[in-house]
Design a protein around this ligand. Structure first.
Ligand code: IPE
Ligand code: MG
Length: 226
């Protein structure tokens, strides 16, 4: 969800106004995904590197998260929206962590095939892989598994995304042509869609364009077309 800051600056507004607008865009796009029959939408909300920003900006982003999580607690069940988090939540405030636990519990009660939004919070692809490796090594030490048993499927089971299919399509708004530490393991065969649109301006029509573009791609996964 990139480009919030630039969107605000272009309008002579503080960067935080861009985050407020971007949060609304998330709500709209999640609804549209759900209506289009998308099963999983994973958004990059806050990276392991975003702590480098001013305390003020971080505080506003965390405040928005809290507000939207509080709202989610009230509406997930009614709207059949599963919510899940990727990332190491330990450095977040106890309040936010408690809310994340609450939304996790609600998610457990929803149907497995309901629409699911995954929110990456204090997430980094490298950090996710390192946490997985640490846990696998700990399990080996504890004697519950052996290094030679590790394969791709088993390793995926140690990631934040365990049980969730790899993304078919990754969309990066705001004109940047990089991945910035997003889903490094999972993106191996994802299709990419880049657009100059800044995230607060990203709308339903843009998502439809991205999906239409995806539908024209020829996915061979390293094989040859039959
Ligand atoms: C994305 O917008 C939101 C977060 C990373 C929290 P940015 O804040 O990165 O916006 P730009 O890239 O500065 O325009
Ligand atoms: Mg940015």
């Amino acid at each position: 969800m990139d480009g919030n800051g630039r969107w605000a600056t272009q309008r002579g507004l503080p960067r935080t106004a861009g985050h407020k607008a971007g949060a609304e865009t998330f709500r709209r796009i999640a609804t549209h995904c759900k209506n289009r029959g998308v099963r999983y939408l994973t958004v990059y909300a806050f990276s392991t590197e975003n702590w480098r920003r001013s305390a003020d900006e971080v505080r506003v982003i965390m405040g928005l998260l809290k507000r939207y999580l509080l709202e989610a607690v009230d509406t997930m069940e009614r709207d059949h929206i599963r919510l899940h988090f990727f990332g190491d939540l330990t450095p977040l405030s106890p309040e936010l962590r408690a809310l994340a636990r609450e939304t996790d519990e609600i998610t457990e009660h929803l149907a497995a095939d309901d629409f699911q939004a995954n929110v990456c919070l204090n997430y980094g692809g490298r950090d996710e892989i390192l946490r997985a490796v640490r846990q696998f090594a700990a399990d080996c030490t504890a004697g519950t598994c052996r290094p030679e048993d590790l394969d791709e499927g088993r390793f995926s089971g140690y990631l934040d995304s365990r049980g969730i299919p790899d993304p078919e399509l990754i969309i990066r708004p705001s004109g940047e042509l990089r991945l910035s530490n997003f889903l490094l393991w999972q993106c191996a065969y994802s299709e990419f869609y880049f657009t100059d649109t800044l995230w607060p301006d990203f709308d339903e029509a843009e998502l439809d364009r991205a999906i239409a573009e995806y539908q024209k791609r020829d996915r061979r996964f390293g094989g040859v077309k039959k």
